[in-house]
Design a binder for this molecule. Structure first.
Ligand code: MTE
Ligand code: CO
Length: 427
């Protein structure tokens, strides 16, 4: 998947062992520190600026708005050497530029096996066939006549942080953790559609098929299909983006991204998983003894500090500092997030702010006074089922280093005294 020489293009981080680095905790609060400054010497506020003087564009200038030009750097990015061809590839959500819990539509990472399908919704059909009382075909208009629901869920690719199994690799949370997005979906429950067709008692599995050139198929156990899956046509209030499966995609809350079939065209009910061949060769976690973990569908509890991080250094220097990040679990809500400034020796509870919804991203903050000393910052999330995010060493002890998928280990950023940050590991 990677080549070492090309890896250097992304500034392969320094992989010294930081066990020996002495780190003074940076949390001591200097009572006098404030984040404001004196008014003199600030012409930006004391003098009239152009935008105060001249009128701006009218309401007819941008019928569909885009971000202001000063935010042009806030974009999805890919790592060209990661895959052979951009058509079967991935780009990454710029987590270090975002706040709150919702990912804007234009910044949701994309993962597709055969490029983005462009489908005229008037021509699109969704079929339910197989072990049902009545095979049915729905137009988009038909789908919109079923009762609708709204839910925010994270979608994480099983390969998110996959590169990091072999040690600190990529310098930025966009690349280490950016195969995730968190969106408010509007759609109809899969249960409603299946009930309309009438699932026969022996119908225990569902094959979901995409209409793109990869004709991506995934098998989903009927229990999950009837539990909380959605057939969604809106994200964050507007139509799905083409990249996210317009006009309709499957939403499989808390489960790995590859099951969330985009451009959904067919649901076939069967009595066993179709893709057994596929599932034993792909989407499994290879263990040291050569055996593979299968059916590891749930995305376990995970978190990452998004700021500061390698792409978002602490440029402001000492004093009041907002450390922030995101946490999520495929098993429900996040109960708490702890933060360490010294590589996991001492932990303090972070503050969660914003909605706490099941199988949705949570936002945490840790406000502290940085004394300018080096830090090894980490976050560790715990979900409502009591699962605690493991260290990478603990994960490797259990699963070895042959895996690509399901790396939910604790991430460390080394903050240097000049505020720059680097991807490292502590052991
Ligand atoms: N569905 C189809 N039809 N084709 C695909 O290539 N990729 C899967 C899944 N659904 C894929 C698909 C994978 S591996 C992931 S991680 C998610 O879609 C990514 O969803 P996104 O592009 O909205 O981020
Ligand atoms: Co994926």
């Amino acid at each position: 998947m990677t080549s070492k020489s090309k890896k250097d293009e992304l500034q392969a981080p320094d992989r010294r062992n930081f066990l020996t680095v002495g780190v003074a905790g940076g949390a001591a609060l200097a009572a006098s520190a404030v984040a404001g400054r004196a008014a003199d010497g600030e012409p930006a506020i004391t003098e009239i600026q152009d935008w105060n003087r001249y009128t701006g564009d009218g309401v007819d200038a941008t019928p569909y708005g885009s971000p202001v030009e000063f935010e042009n750097h806030v974009i999805r990015r890919d790592v060209p050497w990661l895959t052979a061809d951009p058509v079967s590839s991935v780009n990454f959500t710029p987590l270090h530029e975002l706040d709150g819990v919702i990912t804007p539509n234009g910044l949701c990472f994309e993962r597709h096996h055969a490029g983005t399908a462009i489908i005229d919704p008037a021509e699109h059909r969704l079929m339910i066939n197989g072990l049902v009382d009545q095979e049915l075909v729905f137009t988009m208009e038909d789908l919109k006549r079923f009762p609708r629901e709204n839910h925010a869920y994270f979608l994480e690719c099983a390969a998110n942080s996959g590169m990091e199994w072999r040690g600190a690799q990529l310098n930025g949370c966009q690349f280490t953790h950016g195969m995730i997005h968190n969106v408010m979906y509007t759609g109809v429950t899969l249960r409603h559609l299946l009930e309309e067709a009438g699932v026969k008692p022996e119908g225990q599995w569902l094959l979901a098929e995409g209409a793109d050139a990869s004709a991506m198929t995934r098998s989903i156990p009927m229990e999950k299909a009837l539990d909380d899956c959605l057939v969604a046509f809106k994200m964050n209030g507007e139509a799905l983006r083409a990249e996210q499966g317009y006009p309709v995609r499957l939403v499989v809350p808390g489960w790995e991204g590859n099951m969330w079939v985009k451009w959904l065209r067919r649901l076939e009910v069967g009595d066993m998983p179709w893709a057994q061949r596929e599932e034993t060769s792909k989407y499994t976690d290879l263990l040291p003894d050569g055996k593979a973990r299968m059916h590891t569908w749930v995305m376990d509890v995970k978190s990452v500090i998004t700021n500061p991080s390698p792409q978002a250094p602490l440029t402001h220097g000492k004093g009041p500092t907002v450390l922030t990040g995101v946490a999520w679990s495929g098993r429900g809500k996040i109960q708490k997030v702890d933060v360490s400034l010294d590589g996991g020796r001492n932990w303090q509870e972070a503050r969660i702010s914003g909605p706490s919804m099941s199988k949705s991203m949570h936002r945490f903050y840790f406000d502290f006074d940085w004394d300018g000393s080096e830090l090894l910052i980490q976050s560790r999330a715990m979900d409502e089922e009591g699962y605690v995010q493991p260290t990478k060493d603990a994960l490797r002890a259990e699963r070895g280093e042959n895996s690509i998928y399901h790396n939910n280990g604790i991430q460390t950023w080394h903050i240097k005294s000049d505020g720059t940050a680097e991807n490292v590991e502590v052991s």
